[in-house]
Design a protein around this ligand. Structure first.
Ligand code: GAR
Length: 205
């Protein structure tokens, strides 16, 4: 059974989507070993506790990045976590953190990367006037919102949208995309060639 570590800073709806997928068998043979928030007030950490999961707050405020990262990595390793899922974790990981879990850290971002990296991606896309947006699950590397792409989902931007309705349409797809991406990575049935993730099963056809 694979152990997942979830890192979050806020609402936690992507964490809940992953936890639901594990509970109903859409992500088979996995468990959540630990949920960690850098924010004590994150609603996602309260949800994790309600679900009876191992939930930790490791405050980041006022700590040098790597010092905080060392505490987080120690907690993940204590739980033998094999796959780290960033789910609205609003902190950059230090290169040291990334090196602890090579190709074993996933992030979800609410745009079709490489468009609109960084904060408030849905607002950025809406303000730019794109007609299609979406979400990306990718491996975390040492650059912001940059590593190899695992899954992307596109959604239309409607004339009737504002940034909130667009963000809600993207979020629905985020929840689907994250489960797909976790299954791809846990299957270990892929290789990464340059920036490209190639599923082995597709390649052999
Ligand atoms: C999600 O929309 C996620 O894609 C985004 O934060 C939100 C967290 O929601 N992440 C980023 O912008 C990372 N750059 P959630 O707490 O309900 O999962």
């Amino acid at each position: 059974m694979k152990s997942l570590g979830i890192l979050l800073s806020g609402r936690g709806s992507n964490f809940v989507a992953i936890a639901d997928s594990i509970d109903n068998g859409r992500i088979p043979d996995a468990r959540i070993g630990v949920v960690i928030s850098n924010q004590a007030a994150a609603p996602g950490i309260a949800t994790a506790r309600q679900r009876g999961l191992n939930a930790l707050v490791i405050p980041s405020k006022g700590k040098p990045r790597e010092e905080h990262d060392r505490e987080v990595v120690a907690a993940l390793k204590r739980e033998n976590v094999q796959l780290v899922c960033l789910a609205g974790y609003m902190r950059l990981l230090s290169p040291w953190f990334v090196q602890q879990f090579p190709h074993r850290i996933l992030n979800i971002h609410p745009s079709l990367l490489p468009a609109f990296p960084g904060l408030e991606a849905q607002e950025q896309a809406f303000a730019y006037g794109v007609k299609v947006s979406g979400c990306t699950v990718h491996f975390v590397d040492e650059e912001l919102d940059h590593g190899a792409i695992i899954v992307q989902k596109a959604v239309p931007v409607l004339d009737s949208d504002d940034e909130h309705t667009l963000a809600a349409r993207i979020l629905e797809q985020e929840h689907i995309a994250y489960t797909e991406a976790v299954n791809i990575v846990l299957s270990e049935n892929f290789e990464i060639v340059g920036r490209k993730l190639i599923k082995r099963i597709l390649r052999e056809r």
